[in-house]
Design a protein. Structure first.
Length: 319
């Protein structure tokens, strides 16, 4: 029987889940899928977040050790995944961005929901999006960022991405400014006769959900304030504000200082690390298992702990 490999200690990363309330969409998994993943990687190998942090700081993590992480404060995680964790008496890291708890619309998640629910398949959406971009003033820049070698590299890093997945992200994050991307998406949504507010219903947790997690032994950590897709391109001051507001929100909910985080869209730089140190963050996670370092290591420091995407594990299992 195939077993999940024992390599350098790392996290397992989850995002979207589906059931009768939350729609099945690209990348979303069911409770049954989650149980299969947990049993495949080995429930006995999964550490509580508090133990993970203690072992990390004492240099006592080994290749046997794994932890569970959930990004983006999604309500489907609480309603679909958490009951499975409770069945197996498991605890996890939950990394949340705070703007959605304070009445703002998290566009990145709304756009994902829109393209998943209102198109027959994801490539239908991509074809429409690409046509909008290449018919606009951003056409030249979009073509420039679609470098063949970069596309190949991204697919190597994220094997669960299709070529169109990669092209979309390269255009969104490198060819367009945030306001340009949002303008294109908002126009498409308007053409479908939909509103952002209506699309946002039942997407995110509330502060009460976070309190429940904290009271039951989970760790809620930073994931920026507004979830920029290219945080590393922000100035030091802009990054500081992102994490300060995120930090204050979580501290206000939990009554204690956040100690862990994950990098939104895997975007960070030296400024980010300095800011995290300023806020006393003990552990930070990236979103892949690259690059491989000397001796096969994948965790260069405590702010760049590797994570395996659940989609890669499902591919190994054959789901």
């Amino acid at each position: 029987m195939m077993e999940y490999p024992k390599e350098t200690a790392h996290g397992i990363m989850f995002h979207h889940f589906y059931n009768e309330r939350h729609p099945q969409a690209q990348g979303a998994i069911s409770q049954e899928d989650l149980e299969k993943i947990l049993n495949f990687i080995g429930v006995h190998r999964i550490l509580k977040p508090s133990e993970w942090l203690e072992r990390l700081e004492k240099n006592k993590l080994n290749k046997e050790h794994l932890c569970l992480t959930f990004d983006d404060a999604l309500l489907c995680q609480f309603e679909v995944a958490l009951p499975v964790l409770e069945k197996y008496k498991l605890k996890a890291f939950w990394f949340v961005y705070s703007s959605v708890f304070e009445g703002h619309l998290g566009n990145i998640e709304i756009y994902r929901f829109f393209r998943s629910k209102f198109f027959q398949n994801i490539d239908d959406f991509y074809n429409l999006f690409f046509r909008k971009v290449f018919d606009s003033q951003f056409s030249k820049r979009a073509k420039e960022v679609l470098d063949e070698k970069e596309i190949e590299k991204q697919i190597e890093y994220y094997k669960f991405y299709s070529i169109n997945d990669v092209k979309f992200r390269l255009i969104r994050d490198r060819a367009l400014r945030k306001q340009d991307y949002e303008s294109i998406m908002d126009q498409i949504i308007l053409e479908y006769g939909l509103s952002m507010r209506d699309l946002s219903k039942d997407l995110w947790m509330s502060d009460d959900h976070l309190k429940y997690l904290i009271d039951n032994g989970h760790i809620v950590g930073l994931h920026s304030y507004s979830h920029p897709t290219a945080l590393a391109e922000l100035s030091y001051e802009e990054q500081f504000e992102e994490y300060k507001r995120n930090y204050l929100h979580i501290k206000g909910v939990s009554g204690s200082e956040p100690v862990a985080m994950s990098h939104p869209c895997n975007s960070y730089n030296e400024d980010t690390v300095e800011i995290l140190k300023h806020f006393g963050i003990r552990c930070g996670f990236r979103s892949n298992m690259f690059p491989k370092l000397e001796g096969g290591r994948i965790n260069p420091n405590r702010f760049e702990i590797a994570r395996q995407d659940h989609a890669n594990i499902m591919a190994i299992i054959g789901l």
